[in-house]
Write a protein that binds this ligand. Sequence first.
Ligand code: TMP
Ligand code: ASP
Length: 235
Amino acid sequence: MDAMGSMLYEGKAKKIFAAARPDQVVHYFKDDATAFNAEKRGTIVDKGVVNNRVSERLFTLIEEKGIPTHFLKRLSDREMLTKKVAIVPVEVVVRNLVAGSLAKRLGLRVGDAIEPAIVEFYYKNDALGDPLVNDDHLRLMNVATPGVLRELRELAHKVNAVLKPFFDERKMQLVDFKLEFGLFHNKLILADEISPDTCRFWDMETGESMDKDRFRKDMGKIEEAYQEVLKRVCG
Ligand code: TMP
Ligand code: ASP
């Protein structure tokens, strides 16, 4: 039995609890949704259930392809048991198509293909609003060494090579996504979650957003989109 212990941390979308073993934790996926560094807040009904199941499926797939993750098992609708990692405070974003902040920052046309895919680093810091940074900035701040950054970039491309065809088969365009990594016994492994909160998916038939952009931009049919992602990924 994986008894749940005291709460160790509460984030915007998840709570982390101690597990029976000191090197493991339990993630509880909430329905709380935030955007624009938590300036916008709301609830997406059953988002926690969807994100837990979608993350389980994707972490399992990624592990099968030989990339280590923190995932151990799904405990319930909203709870996942993982390895306890020290999170590297870098948000690693992979982009296959132009969208979001990239389109805005560089004036590029939304939907244009990016080949080969690009990787961006954001410094994970709420007070600073998660700024875009380069390798030198991260090295300057002692957040990551050049070796670690090289590995993060490599792992991010490998995850993309696994996920892109998986979503293609499900008639979903994997536009972009954000990954977080952590250290476990001195090894970098994939952590956090992979879900409609952390990815952009466009329906290949209709071009419609099937992700958190529906919440960010008040597009409506948010719950329906999350349920559709669950169906296509896990159904
Ligand atoms: P962006 O275009 O807003 O920079 O987002 C790139 C990707 O990262 C997109 O798939 C959404 C995801 N993302 C997060 O997971 N968390 C965040 O805080 C932000 C801003 C983006
Ligand atoms: N997770 C981010 C926040 O609240 C935003 C986002 O995903 O757009 O602030």
